[in-house]
Design a protein around this ligand. Sequence first.
Ligand code: CP
Ligand code: NVA
Length: 311
Amino acid sequence: MPAESKRDFLALETVGHEVLCNLLRQAHALKAETKFAREALRDRVLVMVFEAPSTRTRVSFDMAMRKLGGDVLSLSAHDMQLDRGETPADTARVLSRYADAILLRTDDPSRLDAMAEAASVPVINGLTTASHPCQILADIMTFEERLGSIEGQVVSYLGDGTNNVAATWLEAAGLFGLSLRLGCPSSHSPSEKLVLRSRSRARERGGDIVVERDPLEAAKGSRAVMTDVWVSMGEREGGSKHNALSPYRVDDRVMSVASDDAIFLHCLPAHRGEEVSGDVIDGARSAVWDEAENRMHVQKAILLWCFGVEI
Ligand code: CP
Ligand code: NVA
């Protein structure tokens, strides 16, 4: 594919609602095996570069590529010249000469942008401190398979409102017209600018964004209650963040005010007893293992889209 028409998967907003809906449809079909793509990516290689640790992203992309007939190389930045100051742009130019797509996980979103700009092959966001689009697409798939279309639904996120997962749910709310309730303390609320932008997009599609200080108000009537670790990768935090976020732990009391059919979602890894109680994450309403599995299915769809391969 010529560089000017390459398809990067960097953010939900840049990919857009229509393509995301197609990716979700395809992911469901691939999971249900009503569509097959076993040789679709034969002779294609994805190089994954991790500047931060990963279990799910690394393994689910690896398995997705293999199951589509392609190959994969997973690299830690510590083993690369990136660690000695080679720029992301130069790295991308070189990797583009060997591989057919690049995935980057990094603490610094500007490094992903630099790679995408310099690469002549598609670049995929494998998580930055600002966003985690592959994860939220898998979360939406999980919601849909349990509860039907997510368009216009009430969903809640409790905990650190400043992290990559919360920021990407704000984007998703704007795209899917969600009524997103963010339960977080003022010390860990998303920026006003981000909330206003997502709120106006969500309202255009019949949704809304509400930032709530009361965790029970945030979860009330919600069909999916979500949370994430209190301390994200690359953050150095003492006890003060834990103290501020402890009222926002997702426990039975929180789940009891959610909709009767509400599910619990968590991107994982989880810390039981911190952001979620063991009863909830290991309980009947938890969908976290399906959610982790669905990373692989949505990523198959993402890879096929990046490579422009129709099935
Ligand atoms: N949820 C997620 O991205 O997990 P990893 O950090 O293990 O990739
Ligand atoms: N917010 C978490 C997500 C992990 C998948 C982090 O960045 O560490």
